[in-house]
Design a protein around this ligand. Structure first.
Ligand code: C2E
Ligand code: MG
Ligand code: MG
Length: 730
């Protein structure tokens, strides 16, 4: 919002002096004649001689000084004197000449000078006449009325030429300077101020008036006043139609496509158009008449700053783009940050921050296409924007929107529905899985970037933040987040230095012979006194991109054990891979190199991947898996039944083993539906000639039920919990 009471610091004013008036524009303003003489009669006689005289249509006005020292003291009053009649001998023989010297030195260059003396013998030397540009020299007796009028006419003519030339020169200098200045402002308000001040200076008037900007197609009276000075000051930011000056309103309404400056009544009006179809209209209230020279300068000025106006629109457009998500045409992260910062600074009432995220946005894109996924986000933005008392809803990440508003509105109850909403897009109903985090802000919080970073981190990484639920960012979550942050750095160090990363083994049992045929290697992290579990540190390792290095450690340690404890046996070790591993270009090559370096054949390793691999557009991951399989590794699909893979997709995946998730096994003997599902999975894997491993067998009943269903391999606490190498017996 422009500040109507404050003028910008860089005032561009440079005063341009009045000049000879054009009869067309000019009612008669008087020529100023200065008489400096210590003889009162001379003053009287001069006044009398020129009484009622006009020169080029303008009357005269007198200034009087009675000594050189008085004139010297009043020098600033003589700025626009056209002719000075100066006595040579006053306080001293050369007082007049000395005074003229000082006046010229003080910058009174345009003033014409007639020297007068009572004594014929006191004529100045020719060199003095030339140096101080003295126009005439007369003795007092020589100066009769006719001669005085002739000399003054000639002097005024010369003065007016001088003045016009000087004004043009100064005006041109100023135009060049102004244009340079006007390339600096990056906002319209500053630019408009520049115009108001510069044009006022160019036509030698005080800056009063207004500048408004209109879109070419819109009505001028609807345009906004961008800056205003003088009696219009309070109309900044208002519409032109609200300005209580009928004359201005009339003049502006009658403007057509006029580009030339014009004077209407007491106003000088300029219009400048730019390539963005915007028109800037400046209305400057003028103190007096405007000369033709000034008008020419104003025209030149308008032409000169047109490019600067184009520039402003360009900068404004860039500014707009910086705060707009151009794909969705909604506010972006910058806009959110700006609004957040302002709210924290100025808002007196409580404030809440909300983050809503479409889970696996990339998979939504893979499934439905970019266009539909974005449309889904756009519709979500529209829906959320309907909430009352919101400051902003902006896109702050790929599939993430952020909201800022009243805690009463941003409540779990109000927002719950948005998490379960479906959207019709091109006739297809899409129901994205969404998660949401809410944070009520304390009065003294003032670091928007930090608050946003923490909230996004919680949204992305906190296991508590799950789809379909509104989660509050409270002290508990904050503590977890802090812990996670600390763990990040420590884990990186542990993996880099191979320090504290342990491998636990859990046996895999042939259910028929009850013998141990292999083991699953499960990572553990000894962090100080604490044993951190993979459910906590694997997601952290994924977020900091160190999963491949972690896999290397697990493979190397497992291989050491194999070489020592089961060198010749047909005993395999299963190592878990993360989806992040497989999405990493060159991961398969790296893993095969690590295996090769252990000196063991790839056949001794089974690689467990989760169902995410079955998703579309995972071609690169699948081809890495194929490479590992071709090299001899067995590939197992872990946690089957919890994710996205369907039985029909199994055929298309390079998978040898299927591990039924323990959620099916746990309820095998109690839940009929689960029982049937396990039965279907087992019969399908048999048909596909795949091996099936049941995870999480804890009771003999479960074991029995699985044996009936034809499952041949089992894993679970019934046979052994994961344990360190030393404790592992098989
Ligand atoms: P997973 O691959 O499904 O491993 C089996 C998990 O189930 C292990 O948890 C194991 O302790 C647990 N478990 C086995 N039998 C039973 C049972 O009878 N009852 C119950 N309640 N639980 C049982 P753990 O070791 O905490 O590992 C959790 C997950 O972390 C693993 O699930 C795996 O996905 C991941 N993980 C472990 N180590 C690594 C690793 O080195 N790299 C990667 N990328 N992921 C790993
Ligand atoms: Mg596993
Ligand atoms: Mg599993």
């Amino acid at each position: 919002m422009p500040n109507s009471n404050k003028q910008p610091d860089n005032i561009f004013i440079e005063v341009v002096e009045d000049c000879a008036a054009s009869p067309r524009l000019q009612p008669a303003s008087p020529w100023r004649i200065l008489v400096i003489d210590d003889d009162e009669d001379v003053h009287e006689a001069t006044r009398f001689a020129l009484k009622n005289e006009t020169f080029f249509g303008r009357p005269v006005e007198f200034l009087h000084a009675y000594s050189a020292s008085e004139a010297r003291a009043r020098m600033t009053e003589f700025k626009d004197v056209a002719v000075a009649i100066v006595d040579v001998v006053m306080e001293s023989q050369t007082a007049g000449l000395d005074l003229i010297h000082d006046m010229r030195e003080a910058g009174l260059e345009e003033m014409r000078i007639i020297l007068r003396t009572g004594q014929p013998g006191m004529a100045p030397e020719l060199s003095v006449v030339a140096r101080y540009e003295i126009d005439d020299y007369r003795t007092k007796t020589e100066m009769n009325r006719t001669r005085l009028i002739t000399v003054i006419t000639s002097c005024i003519r010369t003065y007016s030429h001088y003045h016009a030339i000087n004004s043009s020169r100064k005006g041109l200098e100023m135009i060049i300077k102004s244009a340079r200045e006007l390339f600096k402002p990056t906002n319209l308000e500053m630019f408009a101020w520049g115009i108001l001040l510069q044009v006022a200076a160019l036509v030698n008037t005080s800056p009063k008036g207004l500048v408004c900007v209109r879109q070419t197609a819109s009505c001028v009276l609807e345009s906004e006043v961008v800056c205003a000075a003088g009696r219009f000051l309070h109309y900044t930011g208002r519409r032109v139609s609200e300005v209580p000056d009928q004359e201005i309103v009339n003049v502006l309404s009658s403007l057509r496509d006029l580009e030339e400056p014009l004077v209407s009544g007491n106003y000088l009006i300029l219009t400048i158009s730019n390539r963005s179809h915007r028109k800037l209209i400046a209305v400057i209230e003028i103190d007096g008449p405007i000369s033709e020279t000034e008008m020419s300068l104003v025209k030149l000025y308008c032409g000169n700053i047109k490019i600067a106006f184009d520039n402003i629109s360009l900068v404004e457009r860039l500014d707009e783009l910086a705060f707009l998500d151009t794909t969705l045409q909604i506010p972006n992260l910058n806009a959110f940050y700006r609004s957040f910062e302002t709210c924290l600074r100025l808002k007196e009432t409580p404030l809440s921050l909300g983050l809503i995220q479409i889970e696996r946005f990339d998979e939504l894109i893979a499934d439905h296409g970019l266009h539909m996924a974005l449309d889904c986000l756009r519709q979500m933005h529209i829906a959320l924007s309907q909430l009352e008392n919101l400051e902003i809803v902006a896109r702050v990440g790929d599939g993430t929107l952020a909201l800022l508003g009243d805690p009463g509105q941003l409540s779990s109850e109000n927002l719950q529905d948005y998490l379960h909403q479906s959207y019709m897009i091109d006739g297809v109903e899409i129901a994205p899985r969404c998660r949401m985090l809410l944070r009520e802000l304390d009065k003294n919080e003032d670091l928007p970037l930090e608050i946003l970073r923490e909230a996004v981190a919680a949204l992305l990484h906190e296991p508590a933040v799950v789809a379909g639920k509104v989660i509050h960012y409270d002290q508990k979550l904050r503590t977890e987040l802090e812990r996670r942050n600390n763990l990040k750095g420590a884990l990186k160090k542990a993996v880099e230095q191979h320090d504290g990363i342990l491998v636990y083994m859990q046996p895999k049992i042939d259910l028929e012979s009850k013998t141990c045929i292999g083991a699953e290697a499960l990572a553990r992290w000894q962090y100080g006194d604490e044993m951190v579990m993979p459910s906590e540190f694997i997601p952290i390792s994924e977020s900091i991109g160190i999963t491949a290095a972690l896999t290397d450690i697990v493979v190397q340690k497992s291989a050491e054990w194999l070489k020592e404890r089961a060198p010749d046996k047909d005993f395999t070790i299963a190592v878990n891979l993360s989806m992040y591993d497989l999405n990493l270009p060159g991961f398969a090559k790296r893993l095969l190199r690590t295996i090769e370096q252990t000196g063991l054949p790839a056949e001794r390793f089974e690689l467990e991947v989760t169902e995410g691999i079955a998703m579309k557009n995972r071609h690169a991951a699948i081809s890495q898996l194929q490479m590992l399989r071709e090299a001899g590794c067995t590939i197992a699909l872990d946690d089957f039944g919890t994710g996205y893979a369907s039985l029909s997709q199994l055929q298309t995946l390079p998978v040898d083993v299927l591990k039924i998730d323990r959620s099916f096994i746990g309820s095998l003997t109690t839940d009929n539906a689960r029982h049937s599902m396990a039965a279907i999975i087992l019969s399908t894997t048999n048909a596909l000639d795949m091996q099936c491993v049941a995870e999480g067998i804890e009771t003999p009943e479960q074991e029995k039920a699985l044996a009936v269903l034809g499952c041949s391999i089992g894993q679970g606490f019934l046979y052994g919990k994961p344990c360190p190498f030393e404790a592992f017996a098989f």
